[in-house]
Design a protein around this ligand. Structure first.
Ligand code: APR
Length: 247
């Protein structure tokens, strides 16, 4: 892939975004890859040879809360020392230039917010929030490292990450807002997601079924590539960094 290719692709993408009245983006782990945060499915995605499906479940937490917390604490440490990249910043700039833009992310890393995005629908929650398994109180918690296993400041109960695990419901408020956004958008960017985890992947499918153009940014084919009108086979930060700000 030559630099020229990426520049041409960025010019094409920029025109499509500029023409859209209500653009929307769904991001996945791939957008944070260039910040040094490993993706889940792909090279370097495993932690101690465990798959996310083995650790990110209520059963895993019941069986071994310490191991699950060790995984989250490792990720929190990694992300705390990472920085948002040009891809995150480009989406924050898009939000600033178009009040009708909606950003939906499956990522729990908080990097979109750190890049300046204010209206982010974090459909899988946030690594930087904790919830008490006893009194249910939720709070921001940015301690790195955490004392493991962490205890609730109010009642002493065991805390868990305020993220959505496999087998759990997404927040109806947050997911409902994402659903409304994809139903009413006129362009959907699917960025850095394998598209295999539901119901998030359905957000892209529902938009496609309504005839909305799907533009995918992913260096590798994904489960959503076949419904994309156009696949930009580039790293997200590489491509998005080349978008020209709206005049
Ligand atoms: N730019 C764009 N895409 C990239 C990049 C990059 N630099 N690097 C990797 N990718 C792509 C990969 O090709 C892959 O398709 O990002 C995707 C990452 O896929 P996953 O690891 O499956 O991440 P994601 O789709 O976000 O996972 C969904 O699964 O484990 C759960 O809750 C977790 O939110 C997560 C959900």
């Amino acid at each position: 892939m030559s630099g020229q290719d990426v520049d041409e692709a960025a010019a094409e993408l920029g025109k499509r975004i500029a023409r859209a009245r209500r653009p929307c983006a769904l991001t996945g782990a791939g957008i944070s890859e260039e910040s040094g945060v490993p993706v889940f499915r792909g090279p370097g995605g495993m932690w101690r040879e465990r798959r996310p499906e083995d650790l990110a479940t209520p059963e895993a937490f019941r069986r071994d809360p310490l191991e699950v917390w060790q995984w989250y604490d490792w990720r929190r440490g990694l992300i705390a020392s990472a920085c948002p990249n040009a891809g995150h910043r480009a989406l924050a700039a898009l939000e600033a230039s178009n009040p009708a833009f909606t950003l939906i992310t499956q990522n729990v890393d908080g990097l979109h917010r750190r890049a300046g995005s204010r209206r982010v629908l974090e459909v899988h929650g946030s690594l930087w929030r904790v919830r008490c398994t006893a009194c249910r109180r939720e709070a921001d918690d940015e301690r790195v490292p955490l004392p493991l296993p962490p205890a609730c400041g109010a009642c002493g109960g065991l805390l868990r990450p305020a993220v959505v695990w496999f087998g759990e419901m997404l927040s109806p408020t947050v997911f409902g807002a994402a659903w409304e956004a994809v139903k009413s958008c006129d362009l959907l960017l699917s960025i850095g997601t394998s598209g295999v985890v539901e119901p998030a992947a359905s957000l892209v499918r529902v938009a496609a079924e309504r005839g909305t153009s799907i533009l995918e940014i992913n260096p590798r084919p994904s489960a959503l590539s076949s419904i994309a009108e156009r696949v930009f086979p580039y790293k997200a930060a590489d491509l998005l960094d080349r978008l020209k700000p709206a005049p």
